[in-house]
Design a protein. Structure first.
Length: 66
C-alpha cells in the first residue's frame, strides 16, 4: 500500500535513509571511540563543505549548458 500511494522513488529513498540512520546510530553506540557530539560536529563540518562544493558543481554544469 505504501509504494502504490506515495510512489516508489519516494518510498525507496525514505526506506534507504532510515536504514542508513539506524546503521549509523548502532555503529556510534557500539564504538568506544566515537561520541555523539564528535560525530555531530564532524558531520556538520562535512555537510557545510559538501553543500558549498555542490553549489559550485551545479553552477559549472549550468554554465556549461547555457
Amino acid at each position: 500500500p505504501d509504494l502504490d500511494h506515495n510512489g516508489r522513488l519516494f518510498s525507496f529513498s525514505l526506506i534507504a535513509l532510515v536504514n542508513m540512520l539506524i546503521i549509523v546510530s548502532l555503529l556510534i553506540v557500539a564504538s568506544p571511540v566515537v561520541a555523539w557530539k564528535t560525530f555531530a560536529v564532524t558531520w556538520y563540518a562535512n555537510a557545510t563543505t559538501f553543500s558549498t562544493r555542490l553549489v559550485e558543481s551545479v553552477r559549472e554544469i549550468v554554465g556549461f549548458f547555457v
